[in-house]
Write a protein that binds this ligand. Structure first.
Ligand SMILES: [Fe+2]
Length: 387
């Protein structure tokens, strides 16, 4: 192809834009992570290095054309390093977007001074597929901040074009400080391409512990609006539950500072409504996702605590599969193997010998689940035809 001056100029400009965008992306303290918004649409969160005003530019093409930011009770979210914006898909299946922010150099009552705006490269995000199309999910559990291990697991996802990922608990173990939390968050975000594929950060018993545990909620935007909730993707209704600590509330380790008894009851009320709703009833498959499974070979107390509250509500519900972690031993329990009325897929642990990453693909015809170890070997597999 012959380069006219105009096309050559636009090539150079494009190259400069790409290089600058990379620079801008690298200077973020936390790279963008997309989450399924409870209001529909998509939530993006990111951190700037300096206090700033941040917003998102988006649209159906790379021309963008729309702007969204966060306004809280009349005030645009600004003079902060933490940014969160929800933007709508409208009728579009895929949106292009970029992050934008202006660092604030002086914040006076009657005048605010900004640096020039900075932008990321243009990124893309797609809506969850409709019920007549396949959905693919990558699931991690119990990585316990073992970041080299996580990198080995992520490598097993190559070629797997997942729509979203789930961290199903104990991936941020006993979070003690923002610094340590961010270190893991950035590695996880990068590994699952969170700037272009939504991620669901879910809690396990270790996310309830440590000095930073009570801060986690403000860092995440769960799809149901709480750490429990439900959402639809492809032919599946995903129901997320937050099973609570692995010992009774009054255990001395918790210093009187937890009340999962009441929280599990609150979730039972949510479950009753969810199980009776059209979205649940009309789905082809219904998958429960929570860290601690309701059934255990030894009938351990950690399973009994949530089961005593939820089993009656779930009784007879057409659950296709439960996806869990916690025991650090990967296994698939077929229906009724250990008193479980639906099959359980339990991911592995936090070292090279026990860890797994789960690849889940659900088409209108069948559900296929594979757990891979760090060597890429399929160590557990399950196939369930559509009912
Ligand atoms: Fe656990």
């Amino acid at each position: 192809m012959k380069h006219t001056p105009k096309t050559f100029a636009s090539l150079v400009l494009g190259l400069i834009a790409a290089l600058t965008a990379h620079h801008a992306f690298a200077q973020l303290a936390v790279q963008p992570y997309l989450q399924l918004s409870p209001e529909g649409g998509i939530t993006v969160m990111w951190n700037t290095e300096k206090p700033a005003y941040g917003w998102v530019e988006y649209g159906p093409t790379a021309e963008l054309g729309h702007k969204a930011d966060l306004v809280i009770e009349g005030l645009r979210n600004a003079n902060t390093t933490r940014h969160k914006v929800v933007f709508p898909f409208g009728e579009h299946q895929t949106l292009h977007y970029r992050l934008a922010w202006k660092n604030i150099t002086a914040f006076g009552p009657y005048s605010v001074t900004f640096e020039d705006p900075q932008y990321t490269e243009i990124l893309k995000v797609s809506q969850m597929p409709p019920p007549d199309q396949a959905v693919r999910v990558a699931i991690f559990n119990d990585t316990h901040d073992n970041l080299p291990l996580f990198e080995k697991l992520v490598a097993q996802l190559e070629g797997f074009d997942f729509h979203f990922s789930v961290f199903n608990g104990d991936c941020f173990a006993d979070p003690a400080s923002e610094e340590r939390f961010i270190r893991s968050l950035n590695v996880y975000n990068k590994g699952v391409d969170s700037a272009q594929r939504p991620v669901v950060y879910h809690r396990g018993n270790h996310e309830y512990r440590g000095a930073f545990a009570r801060e986690l909620r403000s860092w995440f935007s769960p799809p149901g609006g709480h750490f429990y909730g439900a959402f639809s993707a492809g032919p599946v209704r995903f129901v997320m539950l937050d099973a609570g600590e692995d010992k009774p509330d009054e255990n001395k380790e918790y210093s009187g500072l937890i009340d999962f008894t009441a929280y599990r009851k609150e979730q039972a009320e949510f479950l009753k409504q969810e199980l009776a709703g059209d979205a649940f009833l009309d789905a082809t498959y219904r998958i429960l996702v929570h860290h601690i499974p309701l059934y255990n070979e030894r009938d351990a107390v950690f399973s009994r605590l949530p089961r005593e509250v939820w089993e009656d509500v779930l009784n007879g519900a057409p659950i296709t599969l439960g996806i869990h972690g916690h025991t650090h031993r990967h296994i698939i329990h077929p229906t009724n193997a250990i008193g479980n009325p639906y099959p359980l897929a339990i991911g592995g642990g936090n070292n090279d010998a026990s860890a797994t990453v789960t690849k889940l693909e659900i088409t209108p015809e069948k559900l296929t689940l594979e757990m891979l170890n760090v060597a890429g070997e399929v160590v557990e597999a399950l196939e369930i035809p559509a009912p």
